[in-house]
Design a binder for this molecule. Sequence first.
Ligand code: ATP
Length: 430
Amino acid sequence: DVPVPGKVSTRYDLEKETELRFEVEAGEAVEQVELELLTGMAEVFGSELNRNKKYTFGAGSKIAVFTWQGCSVNLYGKPEVAYVSKDTPMLLYLNTHAALEQMRKQAERDNERGPRVMVVGPTDVGKSTVCRLLLSYAVRVGRRPTLVELDVGQSGVSVPGTMSALCIERPADVEEGFSVQAPLVYHFGSTTPGTNIKLYNKLTSCLAEVFSQRCEVNRKASVGGCIINTCGWVKGSGYQALVHCASAFEVDVVLVLDHERLYNELKRDLPHFVRVVLLPKSGGVVERSKECRRDTRDEKIREYFYGFRGVTFYPFSYEVRFSDVRIYKIGAPSIPDSCLPLGMSQDDTQLKLVPVTPGRDLTYHVLSVSSAEDGEEGARKGIVESPVCGFIVVTNVDTQTQVMKVLSPAPRPLPRHTLLIMDIRFMDMK
Ligand code: ATP
Protein backbone atom coordinates (compact mmCIF):
# COMPACT_ATOMS: atom_id res chain seq x y z
CA ASP A 1 0.00 0.00 0.00
CA VAL A 2 2.63 2.53 -1.10
CA PRO A 3 1.00 5.88 -1.93
CA VAL A 4 1.29 7.27 -5.44
CA PRO A 5 2.95 10.69 -5.19
CA GLY A 6 0.55 13.58 -5.69
CA LYS A 7 -2.53 11.38 -5.88
CA VAL A 8 -5.33 10.92 -3.40
CA SER A 9 -5.95 7.34 -2.46
CA THR A 10 -9.34 5.88 -1.59
CA ARG A 11 -9.77 2.47 -0.06
CA TYR A 12 -12.74 0.23 -0.81
CA ASP A 13 -13.58 -2.87 1.20
CA LEU A 14 -15.71 -5.07 -0.99
CA GLU A 15 -17.96 -7.82 0.30
CA LYS A 16 -18.16 -11.08 -1.58
CA GLU A 17 -19.98 -11.00 -4.93
CA THR A 18 -19.90 -7.23 -5.26
CA GLU A 19 -18.07 -4.98 -7.66
CA LEU A 20 -16.40 -1.60 -7.61
CA ARG A 21 -17.23 0.33 -10.78
CA PHE A 22 -15.22 3.33 -11.81
CA GLU A 23 -14.79 5.56 -14.82
CA VAL A 24 -11.90 7.74 -15.82
CA GLU A 25 -12.87 11.01 -17.43
CA ALA A 26 -12.51 11.11 -21.23
CA GLY A 27 -10.36 13.68 -22.99
CA GLU A 28 -6.78 14.75 -23.27
CA ALA A 29 -4.46 15.54 -20.33
CA VAL A 30 -6.68 13.58 -17.96
CA GLU A 31 -5.04 12.15 -14.87
CA GLN A 32 -4.84 8.37 -14.99
CA VAL A 33 -6.29 6.29 -12.19
CA GLU A 34 -4.38 3.45 -10.57
CA LEU A 35 -5.90 0.37 -9.01
CA GLU A 36 -4.25 -1.87 -6.45
CA LEU A 37 -5.52 -5.05 -4.80
CA LEU A 38 -4.57 -4.98 -1.12
CA THR A 39 -6.17 -8.12 0.35
CA GLY A 40 -8.34 -10.97 -0.92
CA MET A 41 -8.95 -11.77 -4.57
CA ALA A 42 -10.60 -9.83 -7.36
CA GLU A 43 -10.88 -9.77 -11.14
CA VAL A 44 -11.48 -7.27 -13.92
CA PHE A 45 -13.74 -8.69 -16.64
CA GLY A 46 -12.56 -12.24 -15.94
CA SER A 47 -8.82 -11.56 -15.48
CA GLU A 48 -7.43 -11.97 -11.99
CA LEU A 49 -5.62 -9.11 -10.28
CA ASN A 50 -2.21 -9.63 -8.71
CA ARG A 51 -1.88 -8.34 -5.19
CA ASN A 52 0.16 -5.16 -4.62
CA LYS A 53 0.52 -4.42 -8.29
CA LYS A 54 -0.65 -1.05 -9.56
CA TYR A 55 -2.78 -1.20 -12.68
CA THR A 56 -3.14 2.01 -14.65
CA PHE A 57 -6.29 3.09 -16.48
CA GLY A 58 -6.29 6.05 -18.86
CA ALA A 59 -8.88 8.51 -20.09
CA GLY A 60 -12.28 7.04 -20.94
CA SER A 61 -11.77 3.71 -19.13
CA LYS A 62 -14.86 2.13 -17.63
CA ILE A 63 -13.92 -0.64 -15.27
CA ALA A 64 -15.53 -3.11 -12.86
CA VAL A 65 -13.48 -4.85 -10.16
CA PHE A 66 -15.46 -7.90 -9.11
CA THR A 67 -14.76 -10.15 -6.14
CA TRP A 68 -16.14 -13.63 -5.48
CA GLN A 69 -14.74 -13.91 -1.96
CA GLY A 70 -14.37 -10.30 -0.78
CA CYS A 71 -11.32 -8.04 -1.01
CA SER A 72 -9.99 -4.56 -0.40
CA VAL A 73 -8.59 -2.33 -3.11
CA ASN A 74 -7.17 1.15 -3.39
CA LEU A 75 -7.83 3.66 -6.12
CA TYR A 76 -5.19 6.36 -6.65
CA GLY A 77 -6.30 9.53 -8.41
CA LYS A 78 -9.72 10.98 -9.05
CA PRO A 79 -12.07 8.83 -11.09
CA GLU A 80 -15.05 10.62 -12.58
CA VAL A 81 -17.35 8.08 -10.94
CA ALA A 82 -16.65 5.33 -8.42
CA TYR A 83 -19.21 3.26 -6.54
CA VAL A 84 -19.77 -0.23 -5.22
CA SER A 85 -22.63 -2.33 -6.57
CA LYS A 86 -24.10 -5.45 -5.02
CA ASP A 87 -26.39 -5.99 -7.95
CA THR A 88 -24.44 -7.70 -10.72
CA PRO A 89 -25.28 -10.51 -13.15
CA MET A 90 -21.84 -12.08 -12.61
CA LEU A 91 -23.25 -15.26 -11.07
CA LEU A 92 -25.41 -15.80 -14.16
CA TYR A 93 -22.39 -15.18 -16.39
CA LEU A 94 -20.33 -17.65 -14.36
CA ASN A 95 -23.10 -20.23 -14.64
CA THR A 96 -23.10 -19.68 -18.39
CA HIS A 97 -19.38 -20.35 -18.44
CA ALA A 98 -19.92 -23.51 -16.34
CA ALA A 99 -22.55 -24.76 -18.82
CA LEU A 100 -20.20 -24.09 -21.76
CA GLU A 101 -17.42 -25.89 -19.94
CA GLN A 102 -19.70 -28.92 -19.50
CA MET A 103 -20.28 -28.89 -23.24
CA ARG A 104 -16.51 -28.81 -23.84
CA LYS A 105 -16.01 -31.76 -21.48
CA GLN A 106 -18.67 -33.69 -23.26
CA ALA A 107 -17.16 -32.79 -26.63
CA GLU A 108 -13.83 -34.11 -25.40
CA ARG A 109 -15.39 -37.38 -24.28
CA ASP A 110 -17.46 -37.96 -27.38
CA ASN A 111 -14.90 -36.73 -29.87
CA GLU A 112 -17.24 -33.94 -30.93
CA ARG A 113 -16.73 -30.22 -31.31
CA GLY A 114 -17.05 -27.72 -28.47
CA PRO A 115 -19.69 -25.00 -28.14
CA ARG A 116 -20.00 -22.27 -30.73
CA VAL A 117 -21.56 -19.31 -29.02
CA MET A 118 -22.99 -16.14 -30.51
CA VAL A 119 -23.44 -13.12 -28.24
CA VAL A 120 -26.15 -10.71 -29.43
CA GLY A 121 -28.02 -7.66 -28.24
CA PRO A 122 -28.50 -3.97 -28.96
CA THR A 123 -25.68 -1.46 -28.52
CA ASP A 124 -24.30 -0.82 -25.06
CA VAL A 125 -25.44 -3.93 -23.26
CA GLY A 126 -21.96 -5.25 -22.61
CA LYS A 127 -21.61 -7.79 -25.45
CA SER A 128 -17.86 -7.34 -25.82
CA THR A 129 -17.43 -7.53 -22.05
CA VAL A 130 -19.39 -10.80 -21.82
CA CYS A 131 -17.27 -12.22 -24.67
CA ARG A 132 -14.09 -11.19 -22.89
CA LEU A 133 -15.33 -12.72 -19.64
CA LEU A 134 -16.30 -16.06 -21.16
CA LEU A 135 -13.06 -16.29 -23.15
CA SER A 136 -10.89 -15.47 -20.13
CA TYR A 137 -12.73 -18.00 -17.95
CA ALA A 138 -12.31 -20.64 -20.66
CA VAL A 139 -8.54 -20.07 -21.01
CA ARG A 140 -8.18 -20.06 -17.24
CA VAL A 141 -9.43 -23.66 -17.20
CA GLY A 142 -7.02 -24.62 -19.97
CA ARG A 143 -9.18 -24.19 -23.08
CA ARG A 144 -8.18 -22.55 -26.36
CA PRO A 145 -11.33 -20.79 -27.56
CA THR A 146 -11.51 -18.52 -30.60
CA LEU A 147 -12.86 -15.00 -30.54
CA VAL A 148 -14.78 -14.12 -33.68
CA GLU A 149 -15.22 -10.36 -33.96
CA LEU A 150 -18.05 -9.32 -36.25
CA ASP A 151 -18.60 -5.87 -34.73
CA VAL A 152 -17.34 -3.71 -37.59
CA GLY A 153 -17.92 -0.51 -35.61
CA GLN A 154 -15.98 -1.35 -32.46
CA SER A 155 -13.64 -4.22 -33.18
CA GLY A 156 -11.70 -5.52 -30.22
CA VAL A 157 -9.18 -7.22 -32.50
CA SER A 158 -8.23 -4.97 -35.38
CA VAL A 159 -8.98 -1.55 -36.82
CA PRO A 160 -12.64 -0.60 -37.42
CA GLY A 161 -14.18 -1.76 -40.68
CA THR A 162 -12.77 -5.27 -40.35
CA MET A 163 -14.11 -8.69 -39.38
CA SER A 164 -11.71 -11.07 -37.70
CA ALA A 165 -10.90 -14.16 -35.68
CA LEU A 166 -8.31 -14.60 -32.96
CA CYS A 167 -7.18 -17.72 -31.08
CA ILE A 168 -7.16 -16.93 -27.37
CA GLU A 169 -4.24 -18.47 -25.54
CA ARG A 170 -4.13 -16.49 -22.31
CA PRO A 171 -6.60 -14.41 -20.28
CA ALA A 172 -7.01 -10.78 -21.30
CA ASP A 173 -4.44 -8.45 -19.80
CA VAL A 174 -6.16 -6.38 -17.09
CA GLU A 175 -5.08 -3.09 -18.68
CA GLU A 176 -4.72 -3.94 -22.35
CA GLY A 177 -7.21 -6.71 -23.15
CA PHE A 178 -6.35 -9.75 -25.27
CA SER A 179 -2.95 -10.02 -26.83
CA VAL A 180 -3.49 -9.71 -30.54
CA GLN A 181 -1.04 -11.96 -32.30
CA ALA A 182 -1.65 -13.30 -35.76
CA PRO A 183 -5.36 -12.57 -36.08
CA LEU A 184 -7.19 -13.48 -39.26
CA VAL A 185 -8.60 -10.21 -40.59
CA TYR A 186 -10.93 -9.44 -43.50
CA HIS A 187 -11.66 -6.09 -45.08
CA PHE A 188 -15.25 -4.91 -44.74
CA GLY A 189 -14.62 -1.23 -45.30
CA SER A 190 -17.13 0.63 -43.17
CA THR A 191 -18.40 0.84 -39.61
CA THR A 192 -21.90 -0.50 -40.13
CA PRO A 193 -22.95 -3.78 -41.75
CA GLY A 194 -25.79 -1.94 -43.51
CA THR A 195 -23.47 -0.30 -46.04
CA ASN A 196 -22.96 -3.67 -47.69
CA ILE A 197 -24.90 -6.47 -46.05
CA LYS A 198 -24.04 -8.97 -48.80
CA LEU A 199 -20.36 -8.47 -48.18
CA TYR A 200 -20.92 -8.66 -44.43
CA ASN A 201 -22.66 -12.03 -44.76
CA LYS A 202 -20.09 -13.26 -47.24
CA LEU A 203 -17.20 -12.47 -44.89
CA THR A 204 -19.07 -14.07 -41.97
CA SER A 205 -19.21 -17.24 -44.08
CA CYS A 206 -15.50 -16.95 -44.92
CA LEU A 207 -14.61 -16.72 -41.23
CA ALA A 208 -16.86 -19.66 -40.42
CA GLU A 209 -15.21 -21.74 -43.11
CA VAL A 210 -11.67 -20.96 -41.98
CA PHE A 211 -12.63 -21.62 -38.36
CA SER A 212 -14.15 -24.98 -39.27
CA GLN A 213 -11.07 -25.92 -41.28
CA ARG A 214 -8.89 -25.10 -38.30
CA CYS A 215 -11.12 -27.20 -36.03
CA GLU A 216 -10.60 -30.15 -38.32
CA VAL A 217 -6.84 -30.10 -37.85
CA ASN A 218 -6.61 -28.70 -34.33
CA ARG A 219 -8.42 -30.66 -31.65
CA LYS A 220 -7.92 -28.04 -28.93
CA ALA A 221 -9.44 -25.33 -31.11
CA SER A 222 -12.34 -27.60 -31.93
CA VAL A 223 -13.08 -28.43 -28.28
CA GLY A 224 -12.53 -24.81 -27.21
CA GLY A 225 -15.21 -23.65 -29.61
CA CYS A 226 -15.77 -20.00 -30.36
CA ILE A 227 -17.38 -16.91 -28.92
CA ILE A 228 -18.79 -14.60 -31.59
CA ASN A 229 -19.23 -10.90 -30.85
CA THR A 230 -21.81 -9.25 -33.06
CA CYS A 231 -23.04 -5.77 -33.99
CA GLY A 232 -25.73 -3.95 -32.03
CA TRP A 233 -27.96 -3.72 -35.12
CA VAL A 234 -30.70 -6.23 -34.38
CA LYS A 235 -33.52 -5.22 -36.74
CA GLY A 236 -34.24 -5.87 -40.42
CA SER A 237 -31.12 -6.89 -42.32
CA GLY A 238 -29.15 -6.66 -39.07
CA TYR A 239 -31.36 -9.39 -37.65
CA GLN A 240 -31.05 -11.42 -40.84
CA ALA A 241 -27.27 -11.13 -40.55
CA LEU A 242 -27.48 -12.67 -37.06
CA VAL A 243 -29.56 -15.56 -38.39
CA HIS A 244 -27.06 -15.99 -41.23
CA CYS A 245 -24.17 -16.02 -38.78
CA ALA A 246 -25.88 -18.63 -36.59
CA SER A 247 -26.24 -20.88 -39.60
CA ALA A 248 -22.76 -20.24 -41.10
CA PHE A 249 -21.03 -21.05 -37.80
CA GLU A 250 -23.61 -23.72 -36.89
CA VAL A 251 -23.83 -22.14 -33.45
CA ASP A 252 -25.04 -24.22 -30.53
CA VAL A 253 -25.74 -21.40 -28.09
CA VAL A 254 -26.98 -17.84 -28.52
CA LEU A 255 -26.69 -15.49 -25.59
CA VAL A 256 -29.14 -12.62 -25.91
CA LEU A 257 -28.32 -9.68 -23.71
CA ASP A 258 -31.20 -7.64 -22.42
CA HIS A 259 -33.61 -7.84 -25.35
CA GLU A 260 -36.68 -9.98 -24.90
CA ARG A 261 -38.07 -9.46 -28.38
CA LEU A 262 -34.81 -10.46 -30.02
CA TYR A 263 -34.74 -13.50 -27.76
CA ASN A 264 -38.22 -14.56 -28.88
CA GLU A 265 -37.49 -13.91 -32.53
CA LEU A 266 -34.32 -15.99 -32.46
CA LYS A 267 -36.08 -18.78 -30.59
CA ARG A 268 -38.68 -18.78 -33.31
CA ASP A 269 -36.30 -18.59 -36.27
CA LEU A 270 -33.33 -20.74 -35.28
CA PRO A 271 -33.41 -24.55 -35.39
CA HIS A 272 -34.76 -26.11 -32.19
CA PHE A 273 -31.39 -27.61 -31.14
CA VAL A 274 -29.86 -24.14 -30.78
CA ARG A 275 -30.04 -23.05 -27.17
CA VAL A 276 -31.14 -19.45 -27.00
CA VAL A 277 -30.56 -17.91 -23.57
CA LEU A 278 -31.71 -14.51 -22.34
CA LEU A 279 -29.27 -12.84 -19.97
CA PRO A 280 -29.58 -9.51 -18.17
CA LYS A 281 -27.10 -6.75 -18.86
CA SER A 282 -24.94 -5.43 -16.12
CA GLY A 283 -26.06 -2.14 -14.59
CA GLY A 284 -22.44 -1.07 -14.89
CA VAL A 285 -22.35 -0.99 -18.68
CA VAL A 286 -21.96 2.59 -19.70
CA GLU A 287 -23.76 4.04 -22.68
CA ARG A 288 -21.43 5.58 -25.18
CA SER A 289 -22.26 8.57 -27.31
CA LYS A 290 -21.64 8.80 -31.04
CA GLU A 291 -18.61 11.00 -30.38
CA CYS A 292 -17.28 8.54 -27.85
CA ARG A 293 -17.59 5.70 -30.37
CA ARG A 294 -15.86 7.78 -33.02
CA ASP A 295 -13.03 8.62 -30.63
CA THR A 296 -12.62 4.95 -29.75
CA ARG A 297 -12.42 4.08 -33.44
CA ASP A 298 -9.83 6.78 -34.05
CA GLU A 299 -7.84 5.57 -31.08
CA LYS A 300 -7.87 2.02 -32.43
CA ILE A 301 -6.32 3.19 -35.71
CA ARG A 302 -3.81 5.35 -33.88
CA GLU A 303 -2.81 2.32 -31.79
CA TYR A 304 -2.27 0.30 -34.95
CA PHE A 305 0.32 2.79 -36.19
CA TYR A 306 1.76 4.24 -33.01
CA GLY A 307 1.41 1.51 -30.40
CA PHE A 308 -0.30 1.35 -27.08
CA ARG A 309 0.75 2.20 -23.55
CA GLY A 310 4.25 0.81 -22.96
CA VAL A 311 4.81 -0.19 -26.57
CA THR A 312 5.62 2.60 -29.01
CA PHE A 313 5.71 1.91 -32.75
CA TYR A 314 7.38 4.20 -35.24
CA PRO A 315 5.43 4.11 -38.49
CA PHE A 316 6.94 4.96 -41.84
CA SER A 317 5.88 7.56 -44.34
CA TYR A 318 6.75 7.07 -47.99
CA GLU A 319 5.58 7.67 -51.51
CA VAL A 320 3.77 5.17 -53.66
CA ARG A 321 3.35 5.61 -57.41
CA PHE A 322 -0.22 5.19 -58.66
CA SER A 323 1.09 2.87 -61.34
CA ASP A 324 2.51 0.49 -58.72
CA VAL A 325 -0.80 -0.26 -57.01
CA ARG A 326 -4.34 -1.24 -57.84
CA ILE A 327 -6.99 0.28 -55.62
CA TYR A 328 -10.50 -1.13 -55.40
CA LYS A 329 -13.69 -0.46 -53.59
CA ILE A 330 -15.87 -3.46 -52.89
CA GLY A 331 -19.43 -2.99 -54.10
CA ALA A 332 -20.83 -0.92 -56.91
CA PRO A 333 -23.77 1.39 -56.15
CA SER A 334 -26.97 -0.60 -56.54
CA ILE A 335 -28.94 -0.09 -59.73
CA PRO A 336 -32.57 -0.99 -60.39
CA ASP A 337 -33.07 -4.69 -61.13
CA SER A 338 -34.48 -3.82 -64.55
CA CYS A 339 -31.19 -2.19 -65.54
CA LEU A 340 -28.96 -5.09 -64.52
CA PRO A 341 -27.24 -6.89 -67.36
CA LEU A 342 -28.78 -10.23 -68.18
CA GLY A 343 -27.80 -12.98 -65.73
CA MET A 344 -26.48 -10.58 -63.10
CA SER A 345 -28.07 -10.14 -59.70
CA GLN A 346 -27.93 -7.37 -57.12
CA ASP A 347 -25.62 -9.66 -55.08
CA ASP A 348 -23.04 -9.50 -57.81
CA THR A 349 -22.93 -5.71 -57.73
CA GLN A 350 -22.43 -5.63 -53.95
CA LEU A 351 -19.48 -7.98 -54.16
CA LYS A 352 -18.01 -6.44 -57.27
CA LEU A 353 -14.57 -4.91 -57.24
CA VAL A 354 -14.72 -1.38 -58.56
CA PRO A 355 -11.36 0.13 -59.57
CA VAL A 356 -10.69 3.46 -57.87
CA THR A 357 -8.78 6.16 -59.75
CA PRO A 358 -6.52 7.87 -57.25
CA GLY A 359 -7.45 11.49 -56.68
CA ARG A 360 -7.38 14.09 -53.92
CA ASP A 361 -10.46 12.56 -52.30
CA LEU A 362 -8.36 9.54 -51.39
CA THR A 363 -6.56 11.62 -48.77
CA TYR A 364 -6.94 10.36 -45.17
CA HIS A 365 -8.67 7.14 -46.23
CA VAL A 366 -7.61 3.92 -44.58
CA LEU A 367 -6.63 1.27 -47.15
CA SER A 368 -6.35 -2.44 -46.46
CA VAL A 369 -3.45 -4.23 -48.09
CA SER A 370 -4.94 -7.42 -49.48
CA SER A 371 -2.98 -10.63 -49.10
CA ALA A 372 -4.23 -11.71 -52.53
CA GLU A 373 -1.42 -12.47 -54.93
CA ASP A 374 -0.66 -9.60 -57.23
CA GLY A 375 -1.86 -10.54 -60.60
CA GLU A 376 -3.97 -9.53 -63.48
CA GLU A 377 -7.69 -9.75 -64.05
CA GLY A 378 -7.91 -13.48 -63.33
CA ALA A 379 -6.60 -13.05 -59.81
CA ARG A 380 -9.19 -10.37 -59.01
CA LYS A 381 -11.75 -12.97 -58.20
CA GLY A 382 -10.25 -14.05 -54.91
CA ILE A 383 -9.63 -10.56 -53.54
CA VAL A 384 -12.92 -10.11 -51.65
CA GLU A 385 -12.41 -13.41 -49.81
CA SER A 386 -8.70 -12.88 -49.12
CA PRO A 387 -7.60 -11.80 -45.65
CA VAL A 388 -5.67 -8.56 -45.34
CA CYS A 389 -2.04 -8.35 -44.30
CA GLY A 390 -2.09 -4.78 -42.97
CA PHE A 391 -3.33 -1.22 -43.34
CA ILE A 392 -2.00 2.08 -44.63
CA VAL A 393 -3.40 5.60 -44.54
CA VAL A 394 -3.12 7.99 -47.49
CA THR A 395 -1.72 11.25 -46.14
CA ASN A 396 -1.28 13.16 -49.39
CA VAL A 397 -2.10 12.77 -53.07
CA ASP A 398 -0.24 14.49 -55.88
CA THR A 399 -2.16 14.04 -59.11
CA GLN A 400 0.51 15.95 -61.07
CA THR A 401 3.29 13.51 -60.30
CA GLN A 402 0.86 10.59 -59.92
CA VAL A 403 2.16 9.78 -56.49
CA MET A 404 0.54 9.39 -53.08
CA LYS A 405 2.14 9.55 -49.68
CA VAL A 406 1.18 6.88 -47.17
CA LEU A 407 1.57 6.13 -43.50
CA SER A 408 2.60 2.51 -43.08
CA PRO A 409 3.57 0.29 -40.13
CA ALA A 410 6.43 -1.22 -42.16
CA PRO A 411 9.10 0.33 -44.37
CA ARG A 412 8.69 0.35 -48.13
CA PRO A 413 7.97 -1.55 -50.31
CA LEU A 414 4.36 -2.57 -49.81
CA PRO A 415 4.14 -6.35 -49.32
CA ARG A 416 1.35 -6.55 -51.90
CA HIS A 417 -0.07 -4.15 -54.44
CA THR A 418 -3.79 -4.71 -54.21
CA LEU A 419 -5.37 -2.12 -51.94
CA LEU A 420 -8.98 -1.93 -50.74
CA ILE A 421 -10.43 1.41 -49.78
CA MET A 422 -12.40 1.93 -46.57
CA ASP A 423 -15.06 4.59 -45.94
CA ILE A 424 -13.12 5.23 -42.76
CA ARG A 425 -10.70 8.12 -42.57
CA PHE A 426 -7.89 8.84 -40.17
CA MET A 427 -6.29 12.21 -39.70
CA ASP A 428 -2.89 11.86 -38.25
CA MET A 429 -2.51 14.64 -35.72
CA LYS A 430 0.87 13.53 -34.37
P1 ATP B 1 -21.23 -2.11 -28.54
O1 ATP B 1 -22.56 -1.53 -28.69
O2 ATP B 1 -20.17 -1.14 -28.92
O3 ATP B 1 -21.07 -3.42 -29.19
P2 ATP B 1 -21.16 -3.57 -26.10
O4 ATP B 1 -22.56 -4.00 -25.95
O5 ATP B 1 -20.20 -4.58 -26.64
O6 ATP B 1 -21.07 -2.27 -26.95
P3 ATP B 1 -19.19 -3.20 -24.04
O7 ATP B 1 -18.16 -2.67 -24.97
O8 ATP B 1 -19.01 -4.58 -23.55
O9 ATP B 1 -20.65 -3.05 -24.70
O10 ATP B 1 -19.37 -2.26 -22.77
C1 ATP B 1 -19.49 -0.85 -22.85
C2 ATP B 1 -18.61 -0.18 -21.82
O11 ATP B 1 -19.06 -0.48 -20.50
C3 ATP B 1 -17.14 -0.62 -21.87
O12 ATP B 1 -16.34 0.52 -21.77
C4 ATP B 1 -16.97 -1.53 -20.66
O13 ATP B 1 -15.65 -1.44 -20.15
C5 ATP B 1 -17.98 -0.95 -19.69
N1 ATP B 1 -18.49 -1.95 -18.74
C6 ATP B 1 -18.96 -3.18 -19.02
N2 ATP B 1 -19.38 -3.81 -17.90
C7 ATP B 1 -19.16 -2.94 -16.88
C8 ATP B 1 -19.38 -2.99 -15.47
N3 ATP B 1 -19.92 -4.05 -14.88
N4 ATP B 1 -19.02 -1.91 -14.74
C9 ATP B 1 -18.49 -0.83 -15.33
N5 ATP B 1 -18.26 -0.71 -16.62
C10 ATP B 1 -18.60 -1.75 -17.41
